[in-house]
Design a protein around this ligand. Sequence first.
Ligand code: CMP
Length: 369
Amino acid sequence: MLSDVRSRLPAILANGLTAIGLFAMILDTSPATTDAWHLIFLGAVVAVWSAILAELVIRLHRHATWQQRFTYLATSEGAIDLASVLALPFGWLVVSDPRDASLFALVWSLRFIRHTTGLTLFVRVMMRCRVSLLSIASLFGAIFFGASTLAYIFERHAQPETFGSVGRAMWWAVVTLTTTGYGDLIPLTIWGRLLAGWVMIGGIVMFALQAGIIATAFAEELRRQHFLRTWDLVVTMPLFQKLGAATVADIVRRLEVRDVAAGAVIVREGEPGDTMYFVVSGEATVELEHAPVILKSGSFFGEMTLLFGTPRSATVVATQPSVLLVLDIADLRELAARRPELVDLIEREATRRRDANAMTRSPASADVI
Ligand code: CMP
């Protein structure tokens, strides 16, 4: 926990500073701000800008060559850093009032997304669904122009002020299509009202379609990322290493990655269970009465309950922070049908463990697998 906070400290500090700068910029726009306070807020904005500049200089200095520096500036993180540094001097150059110049610091708000994976994820999602979104956008455009033209035809005599040209009717079309209703523009003719009803329904359908497309693309992208992470972990496991890509892909789809903290009880003796675990990294200890068994990366546990239908034969605890792959009973059965040799291997080890437990053994030392 503490190391987690320590590793995030630079990001927390950078975000804190950015927030202070933005807050000072906002307060500076208040008419109640006196000249003395204006100087303080301006000082805060300039101080934060200096820190942002220093951060960029240090980041660039860490790269050995100019080519690496330019490559960094071409990344989304580098571009946000550069824009944050340039925003304020640009404001000072083009605007004479320093209060207005400080408004350019709004670019700094992009710095909050620099440290999250959200931006990359969002860009990937948008790229993934760009074709569908473009189709919706063109449909939206067609309805928008159609609605503006029809509203002009139906309403131009009744309300020449608002619907006197297609251009004027466009404002009505956009607020109706987005179902905002902003401006309270109401058609007076029966045809105009009918049109308004259809445009509103069309707007709702299109926004629902867009939301659905984006939500599906988000889910697919997250599934893809999960698949890639699981794949990377699965191929490190000796048990799966000799399998072909198609079988690995089949297994990867069935496995869940679970990160467990040191000291976490993963399975408890006597309880029922429907999952087995593969240790990718870290360490788990099987707490057996005669001597604990330490399971290192590459080994598995929890298979006995699945294969023999018995309650958990022992408690298994993570003795280090560990990454596990979890396979449930239904997927194990399907795997047994498709890759019997793999499950035979697991079954042989389970039988060996059961026999070993059945025998009364008394070595004091811990077995390490
Ligand atoms: P299960 O009985 O489902 O839950 C406890 C798990 O501990 C068990 O499956 C095995 O995977 C593991 N286990 C039990 N006995 C031994 C043993 N002697 N050596 C290694 N692992 C064991």
